[in-house]
Write a protein that binds this ligand. Structure first.
Ligand code: AMP
Length: 553
């Protein structure tokens, strides 16, 4: 007998059940929460210590157990407090590759009530400096590669894996001896306390800091767990059937985005499973690691999975351990699901929707639902409420297309020092996502379009306004419009239509931009237009019109 989603939800969230819900004040009213989730990150970290000798982090030939991770994080927490004067509410920035020290730094900062500020490691020095000054970071924990590029910075610098510039200290020196009986320094934390600032952009160009709370962090691993339980129970299976089996996840996306940090890293920490880190994303290396580390799950962006499936070595590796493929953060074309079903038929794919502002996962499509509705992002998590709104914020009827708005314990507090942007995006307790969507009669959400002017390249958001602003700094550029070029593997690539006042080649423009913005934002293609760019009466460039003109679509 097939069970309905309502029955599954009732079973999982019933009184005394793991996913029992509660209600707490928040977002101008009350929000539902997972009653049994950790109340803050510190609780999550302390609980993770019970996983003791199990391996938490693997990086190349380095293995860090849960106990070791706790000790190192607690040691660094003490050093940050004692030697750097880091107190509750101070900002500690992290900018590095997905090294184990990233996780240790994150855990240490949060455990003492400091706000962790993960910065995009692909940013140029200018962009990194902006993130540091906007957040007012007291300390930056970084790797040798970035330290070499950052000169004359104000925060104290702690450097791992590479040369330590003058005035900075090596991570290992700061750590000193890691005592077996180290404890966390005392601090009073409440779930509403701010915990993280992740940079995300808006229409104005400059990235803004999304301020996440300890509640957001504590709730998020339960949300990910709920999505898994929901699909298992819906398929008529027992969620306890795999209990006791070791789960190992391959981290294919950066820790400085919420997918890597929350959907993967803190969720792993919560469940006591293993996390394998990569020097950088490389599908060939990923196949080797899946075989070597007996990876059971992979959570990333659709591009990761697409590239794995296209890799010439796919059949040369024993990847039989891999049983779950989850992706999100960018539209997943139905063709991707077709390819997974064809090439890796026994793997359970799932498509998750989330944003920086939703602390990763909010809506998820998996199992038979996903096969039946491959173009849907699925059903919201039990604690998440969905509204499709008209431009005034009023709810539209089933089937109508409007802006996707969300409420729940996963929604961030607002933007760091940006009351106006906060007021614009969070209206009446609802997060306005900037995505256009509809909901069908069964409650499944379909993303129809993006209302925000953004290109998503391989899961990495590129804000058109930011690239346009950088282009306008070039003396030959009279007008510029940045658009997305459809791309099978990456989803989209960045293109620009420009009007020039004097000659400039595409290569000159690219070299100019590379000095100012991260390489992934630099357009791969330019179209030069002799006439004015098409605009509406309000002066806004008609991008759909432009796209049709240059791309024919
Ligand atoms: P970010 O804040 O960088 O995580 O980007 C969030 C945006 O990515 C959303 O507002 C959507 O436009 C897009 N996005 C995330 N997940 C999905 C998904 N599963 N399908 C379609 N678009 C998605």
């Amino acid at each position: 007998m097939t069970v309905t989603h309502d029955q599954v939800q009732a079973q999982l969230t019933g009184p005394g059940q793991l996913f029992e819900m509660d209600e707490v004040p928040g977002h101008g009213g009350t929000v539902k929460t997972w009653k049994h989730a950790p109340r803050d990150f510190r609780a999550l970290l302390e609980t993770s210590r019970f996983h003791g000798d199990k391996i938490f982090l693997t990086y190349e030939d380095e293995h860090i157990t849960y106990e070791e991770h706790f000790r190192r994080a607690a040691t660094l927490a003490r050093r940050l407090a004692d030697e750097y004067g880091v107190a509750k509410g101070d900002r500690v920035a992290i900018a590095m590759r997905n090294y184990p020290e990233w996780v240790i730094a994150f855990s240490a900062a949060l455990a003492i009530g400091a706000i962790a500020v993960p910065l995009n490691a692909w940013w140029t020095p200018q962009e990194l400096e902006y993130g540091l000054s906007d957040s007012g970071a007291k300390v930056l924990i970084t790797d040798g590669e970035r330290a070499a590029r950052l000169t004359g910075l104000s925060p104290a610098l702690i450097v791992t894996r590479g040369e330590v510039p003058e005035g900075a200290r090596a991570f290992e020196d700061v750590m000193g001896e890691v005592a077996a009986d180290v404890t966390l320094p005392p601090v009073e934390l409440s779930p509403e306390d701010p915990a993280t600032i992740f940079y995300t952009s808006g229409t104005t160009g400059r990235p803004k800091g999304a301020l996440g709370s300890h509640r957001n962090i504590g709730q998020s691993p339960m949300t990910v767990a709920y999505s898994m339980y929901r699909s298992v129970v819906k398929a008529g299976r027992d969620p306890g059937e795999t209990a006791g089996q070791r789960r190992v996840t391959l981290l294919t996306v950066p820790l400085f985005h919420v997918t890597g940090c929350f959907a993967v890293m803190t969720t792993t920490m919560f469940s006591g499973s293993g996390l394998v880190l990569m020097y950088k994303w490389d599908p060939g290396r990923a196949l080797e690691l899946i075989e070597r580390e007996k990876i059971t799950g992979l959570t990333g962006v659709p591009t990761n999975v697409w590239q794995l499936l296209s890799h010439p070595d796919l059949d040369k590796h024993d990847i039989s351990s891999l049983n779950a493929l989850s992706y999100g953060g960018a539209p997943a074309p139905p063709k991707l699901l077709e390819r997974i079903t064809e090439q890796l038929p026994t793997r359970a794919p799932s498509n998750g929707y989330g944003m920086t502002e939703t602390t990763a996962l909010a809506i998820n499509n998996a199992g038979d639902d996903y096969l039946a509705k491959p173009d849907s992002i699925g059903l919201p998590m039990a604690v998440v409420e969905v509204k499709i709104a008209d431009p005034l914020g009023d709810e539209l009827p089933v089937g109508a297309v409007g802006e996707l708005c969300l409420r729940g314990p996963n929604i961030i507090l607002g933007y760091w020092n940006r009351p106006e942007a906060t007021a614009e995006t969070f209206v009446g307790g609802w997060l306005h996502t900037g995505d256009l969507a509809r909901v069908d009669s069964e409650g499944f959400v379909f993303i129809v379009d993006r209302a925000k002017d953004m290109v998503i390249r391989g899961g990495e958001n590129v804000y058109c306004a930011e690239v346009e602003a950088a282009l306008f700094e070039h003396p030959a550029v009279d007008d510029a419009a940045v658009i997305g070029i459809p791309h099978d593997e990456l989803g989209e690539e960045v293109g620009a239509v420009v009007r020039l006042s004097s000659p400039a080649t595409a290569e000159e423009l690219r070299a100019f931009l590379r000095e100012r913005i991260a390489p992934f934002k630099v357009p791969v293609r330019f179209w030069v237009r002799d006439t004015e760019l098409p605009r509406n009466p309000g002066g806004k460039i008609l991008k759909t019109h432009l796209r049709r003109e240059v791309l024919g679509s």
